[in-house]
Write a protein that binds this ligand. Structure first.
Ligand code: 5RP
Length: 238
């Protein structure tokens, strides 16, 4: 079995383990990315067997997949409040603080997670880290004067004690990737983020930054696929 297959199996196992937390009648947030897609597929089998839930998607891509598979998808503005969101992550650090946004959906993912009573993260084992930052931190920025915004982000990252602050416009100049909201993503390679709260606050103060991929105190449980089964990491209830 190749490494790619092992990782995919871990993602699928974590996604399937999340089904245990789904109850009839729940309003559910559906994440974005390959692990979240495994969850949507597993959930759709339950829905086809009669489970009644209403879902809100964190991206157009997830909404399309869910609808194709027969899951009812509603707008968050209409549903307003969710019982549970199941989503993937790029890194899971101490305290279940996360880096998200590798798939470019961080803004909707954060809005949906923060409208939920509970967020459960599903991931393969390689996503668990001792210190956040090896995965480049995605920061969603408005296209207007994006190069100035990126310089300010680099300064904020340096001031927040990170090991480095290499910036990259996702997609590159002239081909910039656009989010579902029509914004750009600046990926910041920080290597280590010793104080995620401090960096989050610094980024939130920069005009032109729409949001960032640091998810602080949003997740309360992680289901992590490993070679010896799905590991549950749970925070004390807040
Ligand atoms: C998308 C995300 C994803 O959850 C993250 O990128 C993990 O993706 P995958 O499950 O494909 O490894 O934050 O914006």
């Amino acid at each position: 079995m190749t490494n790619l297959h092992i990782v995919e199996d871990q993602k699928r196992a974590a996604a399937e383990a999340a089904l245990e937390y789904i109850k009839p009648g729940m309003k559910l947030g559906l994440g974005t990315g390959s692990t979240a897609e495994h969850f949507v597929r597993a959930l759709s089998i339950r829905v086809q067997a009669g489970l009644k839930i209403v879902a809100v998607a964190t991206s157009e891509r997830t909404a399309e997949l869910a609808r194709e598979l027969g899951i009812e998808v509603a707008e968050l503005g209409a549903v307003r409040h969710l019982d549970l969101t199941i989503d993937g992550a790029d890194e899971i650090g101490p305290g279940l603080n996360l880096i998200k946004g590798g798939g470019g959906a961080l803004l909707r993912e954060k809005i949906v997670a923060s409208a939920s009573d509970r967020m459960i993260v599903i991931a393969d084992g390689a996503k668990v880290v001792e210190t956040l930052g090896r995965f480049p931190l995605p920061v969603e920025i408005v296209p207007f004067a994006y190069s100035i915004t990126m310089e300010r982000i680099a300064e904020a990252v340096a001031r927040s004690g990170c090991a480095q602050n290499l910036m990259h416009l996702r997609g590159g100049e002239g081909h910039a990737f656009k989010t579902d909201g029509g914004n750009y993503i600046a990926d910041c390679s920080a290597q280590t983020i010793p104080d995620p709260e401090r960096l989050a606050r610094a980024l939130e103060g920069i005009p032109g930054v729409v949001d960032h991929g640091l998810f602080i105190s949003l997740a309360s449980l992680a289901l992590v696929g490993t070679q010896s089964g799905v590991k549950v990491i749970e925070l004390a209830r807040r």
